[in-house]
Design a protein around this ligand. Structure first.
Ligand code: F42
Length: 148
């Protein structure tokens, strides 16, 4: 089920445009990160304070039907805002990886489980490793599993 509520497009034009291209084409356009050719998924979540529906692309890190959501923000010193939104409301999340979105539950992973997913993430998108060296924070890894 799509999340109910008012959609607030990202203030960042490249993010907003990619979400628009992906959704309007059922994943046929806007499905890679710029010129890298590496695939993305579209994540929808609810704003923790505003309650508004927010959407953003993340790299596609899939394993056995589950997805890692890597809060890298390019190695920025602070977590992306979406990370707090997902932690605050982990059932108000959908992922689109193809024609239609599906409901997921999101959990932050740690220890060995995080290490396994981190390896998969770096295999899917090698710059994550460089992003980790640029920041003092341990980049959070969330795992999204299908609900219902
Ligand atoms: N970001 C990643 O972290 N990892 C990726 O793998 C990744 C891949 C990727 C691929 C393609 C692409 O186009 C972008 C990609 N990004 C990736 C960037 C990602 O889509 C996000 O843009 C980025 O992570 C920054 O996320 P952010 O949530 O910090 O975005 C900020 C700039 C933003 O949009 N803020 C909004 C705003 O209005 O300032 C939303 C604010 C918000 O959510 N407010 C909450 C609310 O209640 O509505 C309140 C939050 C609070 O507690 O303050």
């Amino acid at each position: 089920m799509p999340l109910e509520g008012e959609y607030e497009p990202s203030p960042a034009a490249w993010v907003r445009d990619q979400v628009e291209a992906y959704e309007s084409s059922g994943g046929k356009r806007g499905n890679t990160l710029l010129e890298t050719g590496l695939p993305v998924v579209i994540v929808t979540a609810r704003g923790k304070k505003s309650g508004k529906v927010r959407k953003f692309p993340l790299m596609r890190v899939e394993h056995d039907g589950e997805y890692a959501l890597v809060a890298s923000k390019g190695g920025a010193p602070e977590h992306p805002v979406w990370y707090r939104n997902l932690v605050a409301d982990p059932d108000a999340v959908t992922i689109q990886d193809g024609p239609a979105p599906f409901d997921v539950h999101v959990t932050e992973v740690s220890g060995d489980e995080r290490s396994e997913w981190w390896e998969r993430a770096v295999a899917a998108y090698p710059p994550y490793a460089e992003y980790q060296t640029k920041t003092d924070r341990l980049i959070p890894v969330l795992v999204a599993r299908r609900r219902g």
